[in-house]
Write a new protein. Sequence first.
Length: 380
Amino acid sequence: MIPIALPLLDEAEAEAAHAAVLSGWVSQGPQVEAFEREFAALVGAPHACAVSNCTSALHLALKALDVGPGDEVITVSHSFIATANCIRYCGARPVFVDIGAEGYNIDPERVAAAITPRTRAIVAVHQMGMPCDLAALVEIADRGGLALVEDAACAAGSQINIDGDWEPIGRPRGDIACFSFHPRKVITTGEGGMITTRDPALDRRFRLLRQHGMSAPDTVRHASPTVIFEDYLMVGFNYRMTDIQAAIGRGQLKRLPELVARRRTLAARYGEMLAPLGLGLPGEPAWARSNWQSYCVRLPDEVDQREVMQRMLDRGVATRRGIMCAHREAPFANGAARADLRLSERAQDRCILLPLYAQMSEDDQRHVAAALKAELRLQA
Ligand SMILES: *Cc1c(COP(=O)(O)O)cnc(C)c1O
């Protein structure tokens, strides 16, 4: 059986978790602090704040920006549902725009067209690890006085070329970037998230909000020779990462360059193997380098998506359908007038994601390609 994804964890992470367990400090503590420092250095961000997952990261990002009832936030429907949910958590209204004609990312022109006097922020997703057009989005956000949040859940290790230089996703170019360490992503802590920003005031708000609005965290009180009474400055949350997770994350960070290089090799090989099959294959714009968190192919019009996926599963190959559309799910299917989301719907209905993980062999990939080819021929 070839799974859709497989995290790469070994004795190094197991020993790190072991040491954290025996250290006597298992909630947010010195490991979280070190993980934040190392992640910030890796993406070139002045500030990185670890949280319990990327959904809580996105929630805190919008909270820290004071997004609330009456506000509109422009984003894609074509994303994991957490992207849209975080807007609703704040009582604001998600305004969905379609993806571009090439690839699976938000269309900056449609963002510009969707701006109203109520628009407060844009949440732009680097879908499946492929950077979205940040240069265009930053300009639109600046012109409109809007905040730009990057949903970089899938994009640790992806790069973008702006102003002639390659830089990692997460510096960030927007105001805030949010990462996920769920096992489906390129590096994992089981559950986990990270928020990066260049703005020290935002970073301070993330740190308060993730921990009940507490002025002096337990780590500070624990280390203090004098008695400290903490204050609670705002309605916060408990969105902490544990030191056990952070210890695992530090091990994963060391692997990130190697994991991304490996995934790029695998994606390039898929490109060669699948070229003769008449599929729509994913490609990088000249200014983007994906970490290939997922490899998404578009099926020819005449074949049945579910049938292809079922027959591949029968042949021992797990796949997933194209990225979901939030506006088709109960919480967002409210019949409200919305922009044309035809490209998003087509991508969900016509695409499948193929297995991709670092441990995959060339034989595994050949097996995937053969299973897909056999099924396409059958349906042709
Ligand atoms: C996975 C994912 C999330 C949610 O991440 P969690 O860490 O599981 O909360 C949000 N947005 C996108 C685009 C994702 O792929």
